[in-house]
Design a binder for this molecule. Sequence first.
Ligand code: DGL
Length: 277
Amino acid sequence: MSGQEEWHNSPIGVFDSGVGGLTVAREIMRQLPNERIVYFGDTARVPYGNKSKETVTKFSRQIVNFLKKQEVKAIVVACNTVSAYALEELEQETDIPIIGVMKPGARAAILATKNKKVGVIATEATVHSGIYTRYIKENDANVSTLERACPLFVPLVEEGLWEDPVTDEIARRYLSELIDSGIDTLILGCTHYPMLRSTVAKIMGEGVTLVNPAYETARELKMLLAEKGLESEHRPGLGTELYRFYVSDGAEKFKQLANSILTYGILSAKVVNIEEY
Ligand code: DGL
């Protein structure tokens, strides 16, 4: 990259274990329309939520290396599991700005709760890390939290079963304890879960506000780029690819799901051998 001019027009790298991070990419596209995006979904190795910290850290290092080869100017870890298990290491090892979704999600929940009782649904890894509770308590010690893992939600989303009797049944079981707990706010603490928003909303009822950390994450990214002088000044001209999508397997299936999640129509996703990075 030859100079500052080109650098701030470089894309933002966004990644997740699969299609979930597209719920964050969608919000970045909406709030930062001038920014280009390189998205990576690790579809060959999804789900991350039942894997160890070591494995998740190794996978995310490879993805960060891949994204850096694409000359991204900043990285958004659009995955709670990676944010919980590997963000601190990645921040230390990476010389470009890198942000996760959990701090923004915790902040949004604190703003939303009136009775100071917040629920979190997430992967086993995220719940096991206890990091949502830590971030919430650091910001407001009076907020109590209840975290529950929903391990089958990610495969259901990756299979496109967003509104389905099977999903309803599983969600009722996972959420039963949360329904009677008195929470008024529930963090969708996995980037796949916004695709199940209507199912979760129906079960939790009107008295519970659902928080999708994507909105707050895109806002934080916007502030970070402004602070570092890294904002793209113009929407890239015709002929420049605004958004590029890469996966580690199943490009056709990814493309179909992506086209139901994003308002922007994606024409192709390329398969990358991520083990090489
Ligand atoms: N979407 C990711 C998250 O936010 C990962 C889910 C998974 O692969 O288990 O946690």
